[in-house]
Design a protein around this ligand. Structure first.
Ligand SMILES: [Mg+2]
Length: 119
């Protein structure tokens, strides 16, 4: 289990740190605005995918555009994950990240369970 967390941390940690550090002035009050921003980016992702995957691609979107919109979504979601929610303000950074890794582990385990049920 410890090795698993170390692998998750070494994979996600640098990306998480980069995004968290790029937006040090984040404020909890902006959380709702970022939810709306994710919805805006989801719209852009949908538009890019619908056009790139269509023969009638009148907006000339490509799968490179889809990849860019996916990256916008990843950045926003990680940025939101770096935001302390009510009740988490007192946590040390290591405790905060450990909590997120615990949740991530549980969610990945759930995906594995679902995958095995689909067989
Ligand atoms: Mg975008």
């Amino acid at each position: 289990m410890k090795k698993y967390f170390e692998r998750l941390r070494s994979t996600l940690g640098p990306t998480y740190d980069l995004i968290r550090d790029a937006h040090p002035g984040r404020q909890d009050i902006e959380f709702c605005r970022r939810i709306l921003k994710i919805m805006e980016e989801l719209g852009e992702l949908s538009e890019a995918y619908l056009n790139a995957s269509s023969e009638n691609n009148y907006k000339n979107k490509t799968y490179a555009d889809v990849r860019e919109e996916l990256t916008d979504m990843v950045i926003l979601v990680i940025d939101m994950a770096a935001t302390r929610l009510p009740g988490e303000e007192h946590m040390a950074q290591k405790e905060f990240e450990g909590m997120q890794l615990d949740i991530l582990h549980k969610k990945i385990a759930k995906w594995n369970t679902i995958k095995h049920k689909i067989k």
